[in-house]
Design a protein around this ligand. Structure first.
Ligand code: FES
Length: 313
């Protein structure tokens, strides 16, 4: 499958102008390409379906499996030696990981990253929770339409996905805890230059994985990896949707993941991260505090330390 002596690295891109959270992913893909070229590979970007929580009706959840099939069949049907998965908004992360798990070609994910924290007048604003709170204030007559518009533009002031520990930030953390991203990927804000540096590194790493023929998703998405992800989910106070998606991803990896396993692991895992909606801070603060690597380090005695990640360790 090698082209002209160079491994072919596909870049599965869920960029879409209808998915505001993923609208900057072409810039991210360019960074991945720089990494692939510089490591001696041949990058080819291709589109996938994109699922955006804000505009898609009746609910993106109806389309997650369709997107997983799209990603799976493209990876399988085209002559790719490795693939870089670009995701962002909630469902795009599990859908891509499900497709990659079934296709089982060496794969590394780069997420688009969370937005910068919102800020209006004297308060920080998180997407979701604060939006509903202030909408209720408007309904109660304590905010004008003009003020609500101002709030909206102050809340979404950069590229990226929701910057609370909602489903997108949670699933980015799950991808990292499972070992399907390079370490430190989840929390880097979308407009931070380190997001593009991470994308370039992922492109370089994909070339190495293509040359080595692995690790493949089937070597990474093991029962131990799912245990680690569940522990991480409990420690970050992740979205309840993580349970739905982890169960589905485990299914694609050929494993049964019963709800009782979440219950068992939750009883012995500390809740560590003070991020909205279960806590106070936002993803940008989480990044400055060290992001998921710091959480995993704290959890290390509880984790399966031998679980493999895309970096080969
Ligand atoms: Fe896309 Fe929240 S709407 S992550």
């Amino acid at each position: 499958l090698v082209f002209d002596g160079r491994p072919v690295v596909g870049i599965a891109n869920s960029w879409s102008e209808l998915t505001n959270c993923n609208a900057h992913l072409r810039t991210v893909a360019d960074a991945v390409k720089r990494g692939v070229w510089s490591a001696g590979g041949f990058p080819l970007e291709f589109p996938t379906i994109s699922l955006g929580e804000v505009l898609m009706k009746p609910t993106t959840m109806l389309f997650r499996n369709l997107m997983a099939m799209d990603v799976e069949e493209c990876i399988r049907a085209y002559p790719l030696d490795a693939v870089v998965l670009l995701s962002g908004c909630d469902k795009t992360i599990p859908a891509m990981l499900m497709g990659a798990a079934s296709a089982d070609v060496p794969a590394v994910m780069v997420t688009g990253g969370p937005m910068l924290r919102g800020h209006w007048r004297t308060e920080d604003l998180g997407s979701g929770t604060d939006a509903w709170r202030l909408w209720a204030e408007r309904r109660a007559g304590r905010l004008t339409d003009e003020e609500l518009c101002e709030v909206e533009s102050c809340m979404s002031r950069s590229s990226g996905h929701c910057m609370v520990m909602g489903t997108a930030s949670t699933m980015a953390s799950m991808a990292e805890a499972l070992g399907m991203t390079l370490p430190g990927n989840a929390a880097i804000p979308a407009p931070d230059s380190r997001r593009l540096a991470m994308a370039e590194l992922a492109g370089r790493r994909a070339v190495e994985m293509a040359r080595a023929g692995g690790p493949r998703p089937s070597e990474i998405l093991t029962a131990e990896a799912f245990d680690n992800a569940i522990r991480a989910d409990m420690a970050i106070g992740g979205s309840t949707n993580a349970i739905i998606h982890l169960v589905a991803m485990a299914g694609r990896a050929g494993m049964e993941l019963p709800l009782s396993r979440f219950d068992e692991l939750s009883r012995t895992t500390p809740f560590l991260v003070n991020v909205s909606p279960s806590g106070k801070y936002l993803m940008e603060d989480f990044f400055y505090a060290g992001g998921l690597p710091v959480v995993l380090k704290e959890l290390l005695p509880l984790l399966h330390r031998g679980a493999l990640t895309v970096n080969g360790r």
